[in-house]
Design a protein around this ligand. Structure first.
Ligand SMILES: [Zn+2]
Length: 301
């Protein structure tokens, strides 16, 4: 069986996207992993620190246990999403114990998010985590640029943000970052935004985001490694499909499947019905939106 690092390199070569589905509620694990298998696709399953702290996925261990219960590793692998060095509430995080625990629980790849640090600090912290990850055979994802949306407080109007390119990943900084940090995958900001997580806003429909594909191509050439698109929900499809041909390999999907689950639960009061809604949305994303149904063998075979 290929390791996840090799799978990602192969997907990059092929220009095929690998979605990474976030699990903020443990009962989402079963329908999401089943949808990937039924679509004969390959995907990652992931959890971010804020999902066990602010949503209901409980802990790294609880997610790993649920994954072991339902997942077929021919189709899905477990990734640790966002462990921020400075979190969304601007608190410093003691990140190394989280990575050690994740490795011991069988997470196959890790993300360190130093995007709220200066460039030099981000490089230093990412190199520390990359060295640790590589010593344990784990690819490490990092983030450069500001993928907005997790911050508390109001967002600037999206059109203004996109036109200004404010917070977008800089090509020369990315070249230096990739070379010096040793990260394997790099999350970039090219117009993508995270879904809102604040209690009053998490139910809102996301704005329809655009991507600067020209800048993406330059970032891919400069870094030479798989790039990651965070905030993959709510981006126009032509941009998403175009991004797979220009260097995006991993695309994180949180809001779409979370809201399918939450709306299903609210409408019926029944976890099974919510799981059905989550399954249907995940399957549809794989086949109609990302168009990777049937591609498992090519990517991970
Ligand atoms: Zn993210």
């Amino acid at each position: 069986m290929l390791n996840v690092g090799d799978i990602m390199l192969r997907a990059r070569e092929l220009g095929v996207g690998v979605p990474a589905f976030n699990i903020p509620y443990l009962p989402m694990m079963q329908p999401v992993t089943k949808a990937v298998k039924d679509a004969d696709a390959f995907s990652l399953i992931e959890v971010a620190r804020l999902e066990w702290m602010k949503f209901e996925s409980k802990s790294l261990a609880a997610v790993a246990e649920e994954f072991a219960r339902w997942a077929d590793r021919a189709h899905v692998r477990l990734h640790l999403d966002h462990v921020p060095v400075i979190d969304e509430d601007h608190e410093r995080v003691d990140y190394m114990p989280v990575f050690r625990e994740a490795v011991s629980l069988g997470y196959e790849s890790l993300m360190v998010d130093g995007s709220r640090l200066s460039l030099d600090e981000n490089i230093r912290v990412t190199a520390e985590v990359a060295n640790f990850g590589h010593a344990h055979g784990r690819p490490v994802e990092a983030e450069l640029g500001a993928v907005l949306g997790h911050e508390s407080g109001p967002m600037p109007p999206y059109e203004e943000l996109f036109a200004s390119g404010k917070g977008f990943t800089d090509v020369e900084e990315a070249r230096r970052f990739a070379a010096e940090s040793g990260c394997d995958w790099l999350s970039v900001a090219i117009g993508n935004i995270h879904g809102a997580i604040a209690a009053g806003a998490r139910d809102q429909k996301k704005v329809e985001a655009q991507l600067n594909l020209e800048q993406l191509g330059a970032l891919s050439d400069a870094t030479g490694r798989p790039l990651v698109l965070h905030g993959g929900s709510g981006i126009r499809q032509e941009y998403v499909l175009g991004s797979f041909k220009r260097g995006i390999t991993k695309v994180n999907v949180g809001t779409e499947i979370r809201q399918a689950y939450e709306h299903g639960l609210r409408a019926s009061g029944d976890v099974e019905k919510a799981q059905e809604a989550c399954y249907a949305r995940t399957y549809e994303l794989l086949t109609d939106w990302f168009r990777i149904g049937g591609l498992r063998d090519q990517v991970a075979g």
